[in-house]
Design a protein around this ligand. Sequence first.
Ligand SMILES: Cc1cc2nc3c(=O)[nH]c(=O)nc-3n(C[C@H](O)[C@H](O)[C@H](O)COP(=O)(O)O)c2cc1C
Length: 165
Amino acid sequence: MARFLMITATSGTNHDLAVMFSNAAQAKGHEAEIVDLAELDLPMFTLARSKDPEKTPDISGLIQKMMDSDSWVIIAPEYNGSYPPTLNNAIAWMSRDWQNFRSMCTGKPVGLATHSGGGGAHVIMAMRQQFSFIGADVIGRSCQSGRNKDANPDTIDAMIDGLAR
Ligand SMILES: Cc1cc2nc3c(=O)[nH]c(=O)nc-3n(C[C@H](O)[C@H](O)[C@H](O)COP(=O)(O)O)c2cc1C
């Protein structure tokens, strides 16, 4: 039994995809929780804000959920050939505590998924680069869906199996 955290960057079709991943994990006897970064509504990271305790958001709950889980699935739509600001922003806030952030991410099994306007190949590439850079163990298989292509349930099942270590 593994504990999964599904991290969605947006609250629409990608949140729906996070629910599909969560249901698939639970059907296999795993624990699964969803975090919606858009719902967290973090202020935009700036160096000035990060140095002002009154303007620094409390992200301890997010970090605790990430630490407590064995594997993450990152689910995000393609925005201009990359990933949305909600994801980039959350990573920037978390990385303020660089040492702990690195150790939390190092070797973490990570799967990538998207529901985008088009094919979503660019957002998968961008997230693969990002999560590899921070030390995660990003699995090769990803789930791409969009306006003209539904998510493949067999891919979701295979990814859950590949991430349940
Ligand atoms: C600012 C913005 C930029 C976008 N850029 C792209 C893009 O480069 N490629 C693409 O396929 N879709 C693009 N889209 C479409 C979204 O990927 C698509 O609508 C996605 O399903 C939105 O996810 P959501 O329903 O979870 O909010 C863009 C949408 C927005 C709002």
